[in-house]
Design a protein. Structure first.
Length: 333
């Protein structure tokens, strides 16, 4: 049998470049998305590779950024720069800055309504909550609402009609009607309320007491809130992150150096994990196994394995790390 001869023709430079671009695009598309850690005292964001767990770069933002928030459409991670009166929008896939929005006064904490028609910021230093309208491109201030002392964290219901905000130094929880931008009620809480989390049915709110050692549960289904229970968790109960199973939520106990897992159907703390050096904001891996938490006092991102209840790694970041977000996450409710 006569041997077959095969001829190879050299690729043109243009065609070779095209193949390289396609290959690079495929590799990028399959690569895991970065983890973002906000460094409050450095005024920047650390970008972490979740494979090598190395810091890839730092993105300058503004003065005293305290919280990160991913938009409900997951097209942007927003950094709220409190002392720069600005917002930095970052692409959650490429870690490139999309734009900076200025003139947002003292945005300490922030949240979009699920329908993305309303954007709410808590002005921690200036004692007000701002309600903005969002048209898909620009923010327009609808109303500035004077509140109690030191607005801290915000939660918005699933219907995009009510925003709740905690008042850290006047020990209050307030409810705001978004369509009319009016204060519906205010209610006394335990000491130094911080983060607030709403159950998927919008019936109950959980409030972390940073000045105490537990989480208060309120029934907010009626015209006035009703305290249902206080769940002991640990000293300095502070920030929440849903476990993603529509049954549990984590709370970081910043003074106790632990994270508690709460069943928000029975309102019981069911698990506890070690979380060194002032655990603060968290995210959860897509498979639900790992908690990514900012260790405020150690300048590190801490990764906790929930199956072994142990710290598996710590990654050095900037000063006073606060917010943590990634696109590769468990459901946020």
């Amino acid at each position: 049998m006569k041997a077959l001869s095969v001829k190879f023709f050299p690729l043109s430079k243009g065609l070779l470049a095209l193949f390289c671009l396609i290959a690079a695009t495929q590799i990028w598309a399959s690569a895991p998305n970065p983890v973002f850690v906000l460094n409050s005292l450095d005024g920047n964001v650390s970008v972490i590779d979740p494979v090598s767990w190395k810091e890839l770069k730092r993105i300058p933002t503004g003065k005293e950024p305290h919280h990160l928030y991913m938009t409900p459409d997951e097209k942007s991670v927003i950094v709220a720069n409190a002392l720069s009166d600005s917002l930095t929008f970052i692409d959650p896939r490429t870690a490139e800055v999309q734009r900076t929005v200025r003139g947002i006064i003292d945005p300490y904490q922030l949240r979009f309504s699920p329908d993305m028609k309303w954007f709410v910021t808590a002005a921690n230093r200036l004692n007000h909550v701002d309600i903005y309208r969002w048209d898909g491109t620009d923010l327009t201030l609808a109303k500035r609402i004077l509140t109690g002392k030191t607005p801290s964290h915000v939660w918005i219901d699933s219907k995009s009609t009510t925003a709740w905000a905690t008042m850290q130094d006047s020990d209050e929880l307030v409810a705001i009607d978004l369509p009319t931008q009016t204060l519906k009620w205010r209610f006394k809480t335990g000491p130094m309320p911080a983060d607030v989390f709403g159950t998927p049915d919008d019936r109950h709110l959980l409030v972390g007491l940073t000045g105490g050692d537990g989480v208060e549960v309120y029934d907010v289904s009626g015209p006035q809130p009703r305290l249902v229970k206080t769940i002991p968790t640990g000293a300095g109960a502070h920030a929440f992150r849903a476990a993603g199973d529509r049954k549990h939520v984590y709370v970081s106990n910043r003074v106790a150096d632990t994270i508690s897992k709460i069943n928000y159907q029975s309102f019981e703390a069911v698990e506890r994990y070690p979380a060194p050096s002032g655990p603060d904001c968290m995210d959860v891996s897509a498979d639900g196994r790992y908690i990514l938490v900012a260790s405020r006092w150690a300048k590190k991102l801490t990764v906790i394995d929930t199956t072994t209840k142990s710290v598996v790694r710590q990654i050095p970041v900037g000063k006073s790390p606060h917010g943590v977000w990634t696109l590769d996450h468990a459901p946020r409710q």
